[in-house]
Ligand binder design. Structure first.
Ligand code: BG6
Length: 523
């Protein structure tokens, strides 16, 4: 007779085993701003991909909310278009058919009471018929000036809280269902406006129900920074001022800003990218090991780094900003920013920003962190490079190491995801000559699994109440506090320097590093 050991543990139930697919429980998603670019290009395809990977619950429901006069079928057709255009997983009719049953449209603007009352009624009906159990996430893919209206309406119509249960007892909770809000940047344009925005959102949703999207944190390679540092013995012991000379964090794009004037003119590269994506990358590279991999511990460590981070001055020498003019992108002639549709011909918005930061901690004292980002640069690349100090003593003649540069560890975030180590090696032959070589790990060669798109991961995490990859209100405010002095200085000192499209930014950016005896990596 077969007996089962007394302490038999089903390995499939091991909560610590993070390799298991995490499937969202009963829930639904309401997207505000569903007719916008982000929804079409990222959110709707991500929902389909999640369904296709089997990570959504059977009764999952999606409500699009917008001003259009769409029927359910018309909205379904819009979602289908977006999915066919952008989904990353293969087309499967059966997955679509099941998903489409749970797709609904609610018509309304952001201020009309009756529209939100109808939305509330629709969610209740779906709870009753599709088993969403009162669990709803509200995705605000709308400009921040509408956050207040939407949050207040969610509050007024009762949508911001789960349903009260009349027969509540101590044993059973009084509220059925969770409510969460997912919000998109920009979270303000400086520290003060970020605080105001946070208080508007937090007046309705407690911080534990707020999921702020920084889509860089949803990227596999960004999460790999933590694996590289804390799952290995090889790297992290070198991550400090004894070994690292400086750190360069680069996010370069080759695209221009045609079609984005409404959002970008007046905002600029530093607010658009440094305040969020690049300072988050800095925090992940520089933070101490978290006590555990849970949201609270990760956030604690990131917040400690951000509190210790300061911009380095004098800004005339330690920062650079530029604006692209016409030029060549590959073999295509392209316009300058001031000729792009919708931009003010006198626009002073920077499309390139670079700045120097320091982290006042024992680990990083004296190590500059150079952050740069720009549009219409040579090519699209995001990477973090740790450039190491020279060996304290070289038992070679000068000529023997003349072609050797600094040891460098490069975390390639995208494209061509991977990690590169650059170090000196003996050139074959009878003489001792050292030259730089590369040791290259590439995701696409090492793994057969496909990386999920950042938005897939983040939407799933929000449905699962897994907040590790979402910046808190404090992180957002601290990031503005770090950047604000530079923005203020720029606003009072002239305009960005021109750089031709297709180059690597303004001369002042090169000068900024040259004056310290360093140079930007050419990725
Ligand atoms: C967004 C910025 O957050 O990130 C855009 O607003 C930028 O200006 C985009 O183009 C880049 O994202 P990715 O994932 O293509 O690097």
């Amino acid at each position: 007779m077969l007996t089962q050991p007394q302490e038999w543990i089903n390995p499939l139930r091991d909560d610590l085993d993070k390799r298991l697919p995490r499937i969202a429980g009963p829930s639904g998603l309401v997207i505000f701003g569903v007719t916008g670019d982000l929804a079409r290009k990222k959110l709707l395809p991500a929902v389909y991909d999640l369904a296709n990977r089997g990570l959504l619950p059977p009764g999952f429901s999606l409500i699009g909310y917008g001003r259009r006069d769409w029927t359910k079928e018309e909205f379904e057709a819009q979602v289908l278009d977006a999915v066919k255009d952008r989904a990353r997983t293969p087309w499967r009719q059966s997955v679509w058919d099941r998903l489409a049953e749970g797709i609904f449209f609610a018509k309304g603007d952001f201020t009309t009471d009756s529209a939100f009352d109808n939305l509330a009624a629709l969610t209740r009906e779906i709870d009753a018929t599709r088993g969403t159990a009162g669990n709803w996430a509200f995705y605000l893919s709308v400009p921040p000036e509408y956050f207040s209206d939407v949050c207040n309406q969610l509050d007024r119509s009762g949508l911001a809280r789960g349903e009260k249960i009349e027969s509540a007892t101590d044993e059973f909770p009084a509220i059925q269902g969770w409510r969460r809000v997912v919000i998109e940047k920009p979270f303000g344009h400086d520290e003060e406006s970020a605080r105001e925005l946070n208080s508007i959102v937090n007046n309705v949703f407690p911080e534990s129900s707020v999921f702020r999207i920084d889509h860089y944190l949803g990227k596999e390679t960004v999460q790999n920074i933590l694996a590289l540092r804390f799952a290995n013995q090889l790297f992290d012991p070198l991550f400090n001022s004894h070994y690292v000379d400086h750190v360069q964090i680069t996010m370069a794009e080759d695209i221009g800003l045609g079609g984005r004037a409404g959002y970008y003119d007046g905002i600029g590269a530093a607010r658009d990218v440094i305040q969020n994506h690049l300072l988050q990358l800095l925090a992940l590279v520089a933070m101490e090991e978290p006590v555990a991999f849970n949201p609270a511990e990760l956030q604690t460590e990131k917040i400690k780094v951000l509190r210790a981070t300061r911009p380095v001055g004098p800004f005339a020498q330690t920062t650079a900003r530029g604006q692209y003019t016409s030029g060549w992108q590959g073999s295509e002639p392209v316009k300058g920013l001031r000729q792009e549709d919708g931009f003010d011909p006198e626009s002073t918005t920077e499309t390139y920003a670079a700045a120097t930061f320091e982290i006042n901690s024992r680990r990083w004292a004296g190590v500059p962190f150079y952050l740069r980002t720009g549009k219409r640069l040579g090519r699209r690349v995001t990477e973090i490079a740790l450039v190491f100090k020279e060996a304290p003593h070289l038992p070679f003649g000068k000529n023997q190491t003349a072609s050797q540069g600094s040891n460098t560890l490069v975390i390639r975030v995208q494209p061509d995801e991977g990690v590169l180590m650059r170090f000196g090696s003996k050139v074959p032959g009878s003489a001792m000559e050292v030259r730089d070589v590369n040791m290259d790990f590439s995701y696409s060669e090492a793994f057969t699994e496909q990386s999920p798109e950042a938005y897939e991961r983040l939407i799933l995490d929000a449905l699962l109440d897994e907040a590790s990859l979402f910046p808190t209100n404090e992180e957002v405010e601290l990031s503005w506090r770090i950047l604000d002095p530079i923005l203020e200085y720029w606003s009072m000192h002239g305009r960005p320097e021109d750089y031709p499209a297709g180059t690597w930014g303004p001369d002042s950016a090169d000068k900024m590093l040259r004056s310290t005896g360093r140079a930007w990596r050419r990725p």
